[in-house]
Design a protein around this ligand. Structure first.
Ligand SMILES: Cc1cc2nc3c(=O)[nH]c(=O)nc-3n(C[C@H](O)[C@H](O)[C@H](O)COP(=O)(O)OP(=O)(O)OC[C@H]3O[C@@H](n4cnc5c(N)ncnc54)[C@H](O)[C@@H]3O)c2cc1C
Length: 421
């Protein structure tokens, strides 16, 4: 295809990581026709990993702007209300507070990842490619460059598998254990929240699972459009429906920091732990929710971490996005939303300032996203502590003051002042 762009104006960006943040950046940056976008992802392909997540209005708009509106619509369910309930001893009216203006979509992580991936032009994403290092340098004419060393995984381990690629800037979407972030901020550690989340998705393929789902839906009648939270003493659970009648649940349990292997925060649960979970569910939750947890195959555990918010996402021609920039706890359903927001703002800034003002664009991205991400990370942290009884131990939510009940709502993220902590 003949290029309409003057060759001297052509620029290249390397994106490290092809999860949600990296692939959204690819969509967003491809709006600038003068930019060649290359995404390197160490995984072999899109997988069926993960569970549910909620996509907010701003992120939905971003996805629509990249032509993904129809795919999102057909892969997700509405999540148009939020209801927080507490366990009343008589269990007659457990509703603490609800919000009928909650304007999200519920989608399975892997469905979202796949739809974002499948809409990219061929050749943009290089699977099984790991970025092993990068260096910032200047060409003889003074132009800044990022030299990225990429290793193709799976072949014989010799030099021929490693190639060096020069880019005009690099976007690091390499997740919460980002090597790029570590390079700029050595000795920084993540913050363990004090609890882990058990997670699972009930697939309703068997007759038994369908019966369980029907029972759950009688107890939680707005499933299919509602994000439910059940709060008990020192613990809380979340529940919502995904497409294909799947029921997605999470249960946060206060406990010492678990021993993790490698960089993953996901732990595989053994039979003993699952049996204990089932017994504890019986003691803690309404019978329908307990039954749901007991009937879900292969529940898994996520240790919950975040990091202190950064005052900077950009170092020269290297920019952090997604979890690499702002690892967060899941209580505000923000992680994926923030990744999509990052991509949207970055792509718009690059398109606005053009090939000759990349640094101005990166600065604009940083100026917009740092304060927003700080607020969202600290809001999620606050909400997690509140719901886990770590801020006000022993609170009776059904009897609490209205202004305290209001603090449970997701929509407060937009007005949250970090000084409230
Ligand atoms: C498999 C998986 C399942 C998930 N499931 C859920 C879920 O069910 N619900 C939910 O709310 N959130 C889920 N998340 C988390 C959520 O999607 C992300 O945290 C959020 O979208 C931000 O993502 P990210 O792209 O910034 O980082 P991540 O999603 O953490 O992705 C980082 C990516 O970078 C790649 N990478 C890292 N280093 C390198 C390197 N040196 N070279 C090349 N590639 C590299 C990793 O392989 C990974 O794909 C999941 C994440 C993953 C990876």
């Amino acid at each position: 295809m003949e290029s309409r762009i003057n060759d001297s104006k052509r620029k290249r960006v390397v994106v490290v990581g092809g999860s949600i943040a990296g692939l959204c950046c690819a969509h967003s940056l491809l709006r600038s026709e003068w930019l060649e976008v290359l995404v390197f992802e160490r995984a072999r392909s899109v997988t069926a990993a993960g569970a549910g997540l909620g996509v907010g209005p701003r992120a939905c708009d971003a996805l629509r702007s990249w032509g993904l509106g129809d795919a999102l619509e057909s892969s997700s369910l509405p999540l148009s209300m939020e209801e927080n309930r507490a366990l009343d001893s008589k269990r007659n009216d457990p509703v603490v507070i609800k919000d009928e203006t909650y304007d999200h979509r519920a989608v399975h992580w892997s469905d979202l990842h796949r739809l974002i991936h499948d809409a990219l032009p061929a050749g943009i994403v290089r699977w099984s490619h790991e970025v092993v290092s990068f260096a910032e340098l200047r060409e003889a004419n003074g132009e800044p460059r990022v030299r990225v060393k990429v290793s193709k995984l799976g072949g014989a381990e010799n030099e021929s598998n490693v190639e060096e690629i020069d880019a005009d800037f690099m976007v690091s979407a390499d997740g919460s254990m980002s090597q790029t972030r570590e390079k700029f901020i050595p000795n920084e550690s993540r913050r363990y929240s004090g609890y882990c989340a058990w997670r699972g998705v009930l697939e309703t393929s068997s007759e038994h699972a369908q019966e369980v789902a029907e029972t759950v839906k009688k107890a939680y009648p707005d499933l299919g459009k509602c994000l439910y939270f059940d709060i008990a003493e020192g613990t809380h659970a979340g529940l919502y429906e995904l497409l294909k009648k799947r029921l997605n649940w999470l249960w946060y349990i206060n406990q010492p920091e678990p021993q993790l292997k490698g960089k993953s925060v996901t732990l595989k649960a053994d039979e003993k732990a699952i049996k204990e979970l089932h017994e504890q569910a019986q003691r803690t939750w309404p019978p329908e929710l307990a039954k749901l947890m007991q009937s879900t195959a292969s529940p898994f555990i996520n240790a919950i971490f975040d990091r202190e918010p950064l005052g900077q996402f950009v170092w020269g021609r290297v920019v952090l996005v997604g979890e690499a920039a702002h690892p967060t706890t899941p209580h505000g359903l923000r992680s994926t939303n923030m990744s999509i927001d990052d991509a949207f703002v970055l792509g718009n800034a690059i398109a606005k300032w053009g090939p000759d003002q990349i640094e101005v664009a990166l600065d604009e991205y940083q100026g917009e996203r740092v304060p927003a991400a700080t607020r969202e990370v600290l809001f999620s942290r606050h909400l997690g502590k509140l719901k886990q009884g770590l801020l006000i131990p022993g609170i009776d939510w059904l009897q609490a003051e209205q202004n305290l009940k209001e603090q449970l709502l997701q929509k407060n993220v937009h007005s949250f002042q970090p000084s409230e902590l």
